[in-house]
Design a protein. Structure first.
Lengths: 111, 112
């Protein structure tokens, strides 16, 4: 079983709040990813990282930012949440092989 | 534009039935195709396919890839209620980062 953790699992907040979604993995994987998934829709890559101090934007435009100061930690931050940010956010990691291991996800609702 | 298309979008069957889920793709520099099972939480890995015509099998689940026709199928025999989930297909591109493209999934509901 993969060791990748996301917190919180569920979050309901008001518009304009700053939030940080946490993602940690204990597998020593270099590559980490953030995906956004709306109900019944495909996963869209919003951020990824090759390793420490490396971050890139994915295919889906996102107002969020990420950081990778430590190998195991890849938090995602929204400076000012809006209702359009309501979605599920999935974090994943992979080693040099190509299997991605996913966290349980954070369901975000912005009121 | 790179894309992955899964069909059907949803499927309702009864226990004991056999189902076939489809995944077609158009991805530049194909490297591998992966199947995941997503229940209420994290997608869990099922299979990775890189070569055409070689069946991967795990219990009642099996999958095969056709790189000429650009598709893969996932078969589940003797379905059980525990197979109810969304099945995701992802294709990895052999670009600088090995980006993954996901389909929208097939929602399988197995009724007792």
């Amino acid at each position: 079983e993969a060791d990748i953790y996301q917190t919180p699992r569920y979050l309901v907040i008001g518009t304009g709040k700053k939030i940080t979604l946490e993602c940690s993995q204990t597998m020593g994987h270099d590559k980490m990813y953030w995906y956004q998934q709306d109900p019944g829709m495909e996963l869209h890559l919003i951020h990824y990282s090759y390793g420490v101090n490396s971050t890139e934007k994915g295919d889906l435009s996102s107002e969020s930012t990420v950081s990778r100061i430590r190998t195991e930690h890849f938090p995602l931050t929204l400076e000012s949440a809006r209702p359009s940010h309501t979605s599920q956010y999935l974090c994943a990691s992979s080693a040099r092989g190509n299997i991605q291991y996913f966290g349980a996800g954070t369901r975000l609702s912005v009121l | 534009e790179d894309k992955v298309v899964q069909s059907p979008l949803s499927l309702v069957v009864h226990e004991g039935d056999t189902v076939t889920l489809n995944c077609s793709y158009e991805v530049t520099n194909f490297r591998s195709l992966l199947w995941y099972k997503q229940e209420k939480k994290a997608p869990t890995f099922l299979f990775m396919l890189t070569s055409s015509g070689i069946e991967k099998k795990s219990g009642r689940l099996s999958s095969i890839l056709d790189k000429k026709e650009l598709f893969s199928i996932l078969n589940i025999t003797a379905t059980q209620t525990g197979d109810s989930a969304v099945y995701l297909c992802a294709v990895e591109a052999a670009d600088n980062f090995n980006k993954f493209y996901f389909g929208s999934g097939t929602k399988l509901n197995v009724k007792p």
